[in-house]
Design a protein around this ligand. Sequence first.
Ligand code: ZN
Length: 316
Amino acid sequence: MSNENLQNDKNTAERQDKLIRCITSDGAVMAIAADTSNIVYKGKKLHHTSPVATAALGRLLTASSIMGVMLKQSNAAVTLRVNGGGALGAVVACADSRGNCRGYVEHPQTETTYYDNGKINVGAGVGNDGVINVMRDYGTGEPYVGVCPLFSGEIAEDITSYYAVSEQIPTVCALGVLLDKEDGEVLLAGGMLIQLLPGASDSDITRIEDNIKKLEPVTTMLAKGMSILDICKKALEGYEVEVLDEQPIDYVCGCSRERVIRAISNLTDDEIRSLADEKGYAVANCHFCNKNHRFTKRQLEDIIQARKDAAKLSDN
Ligand SMILES: [Zn+2]
């Protein structure tokens, strides 16, 4: 794809992101591919990220979306947290089981360094002295938490290693974020995950390994105009491929004023009053969408009063 076409893509960044799940007809291998260009574009816009922060956050958002749809339960959610001791600090992404995701990076303005080949050195920004946390919440109040030491801080390799070490599932993960070299704007982003299922044989392993060796980076395939189905078929070359489902995905923050009020209601009266600053305002900032939820002193008192009223009602 020419630079001019990429430029057009950028200008129509409001295109719909999608995710597809495929399985080989013999049930041996599963592949998921996602185009997350718009999600990463939104993430950059919300958090004003530097190139290395955009790349790290974009890769983790993409991974969360893929792992979200693998939850197989409608009200479930996954949270990925990577902290490798690098300048970016913690990078966090969450997704629901429809693949809608949101995230943030602790230090979004981190300076970007590059490899000799011109690629962004995400591993240096993230660091590799730390862990990746995978928290799956099935709505039961007791989330399942997995932890694995970081492999390189490049995120895709860390996800691959997480599956191998913590879940003993042979998995390959590839994630990519392509930025405009001039202005750091998001051109394309996407990812894929290939997983061997319990029925896989040694010959399946060999064939998938061969396919993976031949695979180009996800953003290169997207730039060529390949669809996410084309990408899955490429990864599963030599197999008959069945599509399990294909769905739109987006950057979605579920925060609302009501939710913030519920969180504030869990504090004591004194704690609620102490939230107001010298100008009389309390501001709750949402990490995920950077929205400021503002409350006046009067509104804080209303929250205290509403709680008292609710308690009286439940006493009767
Ligand atoms: Zn929010």
